[in-house]
Ligand binder design. Structure first.
Ligand code: AHR
Length: 656
């Protein structure tokens, strides 16, 4: 919901004295470059419990017993000598994709004696009056066994229950039940009591809330998707990030292993499980319940172009730096070709048929494909060249994204920049995780880039504030303000900057490895950071064409702490200004627009500001730093934009 306030009042209450300024001249006579519909997008990676334990709404941790410690997340109840015992069976290559299951010997167990408990991912968020879908795969050698399902609160009190009778079955069978929670709890759990007699095999034990995004069974957390949808992103980049590369090649992201039936999506370790010794996450694995089909579907749901990034035969160079030999690259290239078929092919093709079978007859309209993430050096260039040759030969319609490495400058960057421009690459993916000063100073980074060269994808960026405490490093208002200043530069250069995405996207407050992040969640809430609201203002005020806006004949990129970009919106016939005042004093910025404005017409104004640069949003105060909306009448003459200290202000001015 929009917050409204009178802007003049805002300046009055803060007692601000606006400085005098020279006029901002806005030239609407010539339409500038097109702002790509893909300009502002989102970057999704399964980091910080982003997927499992995050947006993927599964509440059971280690549902198929495939973690290194097969019973991690589970507690077994009962006395092995009396009512029953548990064994982990591993079928090895006979069931390569889902080798383990749990065998329970049930010895005439009565209610309350024998069972299992699952703790969820940092607990289970359960909501009052919400139904939960339980399911599991089972085999039973015996007459019948009953599962007594109970949702528990933090005090182990029962807040929901149901019962499931499992008839004998020699083959694996899926069985389902529904439970209602009578209370809202942040850290609930489930108890599965086992009653009866026989040998019971269990696998894929699952519990999902029913209030998922679009009500899809086994789907995504609606509050988290909604925050993405509200950004109206131009694209969704997935699945990363370093997760694409893997710590070693065997744990690289392989999209084919993430589609089709859930029980055939082989669980592997998440590279962020062990990446940072100061933030270990031993229970972090990838179930791939959120796999490539679901990523494509997510992008489609929120009106964004899908932008997958694939491994190019190189494991993370910060880790093992393993390389697939060039003569074995065909498998990797084939994965890319098959992905295009999966996304765009019809039912007569092998991979198109799978997409149709999974419930999506229409193509996903894939137009962009990334080859490698943060790879560098000649090894990358030679692999990229092979990919490019093969992909362009079969699919000239797909634009390829190549990596400029992990840094925004320096030897690695310069080498790649030269090599990629010589190819020439379609789009170059530049990453910058830098201090706020860097972002302020680099608002003109792209002003002098070759206008005829490859386009730019600012594929991962975030302003990193330094601090002694991890919490200080979260994206506070200073970080977000510096990103806003930098983004005016991206927008001004929209003729070459085609895409940009903040990274990473999600972080669980109790399960993160990387800080800062765009959106913070716990088991029940999702909160946008100040950076989120900056992204949102840019993305939802994208416009269609750039417009020249200058102070003293120069782009506004730091002089007097001001940063400005202007766009024209062809659909709504509005001039949109994004103005950042990074200084400590208010600024009254005279505007000279060479177009007929209708006096009395309404200017919509959005302002994000804070007197404290260290201010942040939190679970308790989720929208402390967020846009405040107001309206202004176009004056007969002399139009001034009032920019509070340390603010991002967006104006939408109707133009006849
Ligand atoms: O966004 C977090 C990580 O930062 C990504 O996985 C990687 O691409 C970059 O180094």
């Amino acid at each position: 919901m929009r917050k409204f306030i009178c802007l003049a009042a805002l300046l009055a209450v803060t007692g601000l004295q606006a400085q005098k300024q020279q006029a901002l001249r806005i030239d609407l006579t010539a339409k500038g470059a097109q702002v790509s519909p893909t300009m502002w997008g989102v970057f999704f990676e399964d980091i910080n419990l982003g997927a499992d334990g995050g947006i993927y709404a599964e509440l059971i941790k280690n549902r198929s017993f495939e973690f290194y410690q097969p019973l991690m997340g589970w507690k077994t109840l009962g006395n092995a000598r009396k009512e029953g015992s548990f064994l982990v069976i591993n079928r090895g290559l006979a069931a390569e994709k889902n080798p383990r299951f749990l065998r329970v010997q049930v010895n005439n167990a009565q209610a309350g004696d024998l069972g299992l408990e699952n703790e969820g991912f940092r607990g289970m968020g359960l909501k009052e009056n919400l139904a939960y879908d339980f399911s599991c795969n089972y085999r039973l050698d015996g007459k019948a066994v009953t599962l007594k399902l109970e949702l528990l609160n933090e005090q182990d009190q029962v807040i929901g229950s149901s019962s499931l009778l499992l008839p004998a079955s020699a083959n694996w069978k899926k069985i389902e039940s529904s439970l209602m929670s009578s209370a809202t709890v942040q850290k609930g759990k489930i108890r599965i009591g086992i009653v009866g007699e026989g040998q019971l095999d269990l696998d894929m034990i699952s519990l999902f809330p029913t209030d998922t995004w679009k009500g899809r069974k086994g789907g995504l957390r609606a509050d988290m998707v909604q925050l993405l949808a509200d950004l109206k992103p131009g694209f969704v980049r997935f699945p990363g990030g370093c997760i694409v590369e893997g710590h070693e090649l065997s744990t690289r992201y392989q999209w084919k292993k993430t589609v089709g039936p859930l029980e055939e999506r082989q669980v592997i370790i998440n590279r962020w499980n062990t990446e940072f010794s100061h933030r270990p996450a031993p229970d972090y694995f990838q179930s791939f319940g959120l796999g490539f089909f679901e990523y494509f579907q997510l992008a489609e749901d929120i009106g964004a172009a899908p932008l997958p990034i694939l491994n190019c035969g190189m494991a993370c160079q910060f880790n093992t730096a393993e390389l697939a030999p060039l003569e074995q690259l065909d498998e990797y290239i084939q994965d890319a070709l098959d992905l295009i078929e999966f996304a765009n092919g019809d039912a007569s093709t092998q991979w198109g048929k799978l997409r149709v079978r999974m419930g999506h007859p229409a193509p996903f309209n894939l137009k962009y494909l990334g080859v490698g993430n943060e790879n560098w050096g000649p090894q990358y260039v030679e692999r990229l060249q092979l990919f490019t040759k093969a992909l362009k030969a079969k699919h000239p319609e797909i634009e390829l994204i190549s990596s400029a490495g992990p840094f925004s400058s320096g030897e690695l960057f310069d080498y790649l920049n030269k090599a990629l421009r010589a190819m020439p690459a379609d789009l170059i993916d530049e990453h910058y995780y830098r201090k706020p000063e860097w972002f302020f100073q680099n608002a003109r980074r792209y002003d002098n880039y070759d206008r005829k060269g490859p386009k730019i994808f600012a594929g991962e960026y975030a302003s990193h504030v330094e601090g002694n405490l991890e919490a200080d490093k979260r994206n506070n208002w200073l970080a977000a303000l510096s990103e806003a200043a930098f983004m005016t530069g991206l927008e001004r250069n929209a003729d070459i900057v085609r895409m940009a995405s903040y990274a990473p996207l999600f972080a669980h407050v109790e399960g993160w490895q990387w800080n800062p992040d765009l959106i913070w969640v716990n088991n029940l809430q999702a909160v946008g950071s100040p950076s989120y609201y900056v992204q949102k203002l840019f993305s939802t005020n994208r416009g269609t064409h750039t417009v020249v806006a200058q102070l003293g004949g120069q782009p506004v990129a730091g002089k007097d702490s001001l940063y400005v970009s202007a766009v024209w919106d062809e659909t709504s016939k509005e001039l949109i200004l994004k103005m950042v005042n990074a200084g400590p004093s208010a600024v009254k910025l005279p505007l000279q627009v060479n177009a007929k404005l209708q006096p009395g017409g309404t200017i919509e104004v959005a302002t994000i500001q804070s007197a404290s640069l260290t201010a942040n949003n939190s679970l308790e105060h989720p929208d402390l730093i967020s846009p405040v909306w107001s309206k202004l009448a176009i004056p007969k003459k002399g139009m001034n934009a009032l920019l509070p200290p340390q603010s991002l202000v967006v104006w939408r001015i109707p133009v006849k």
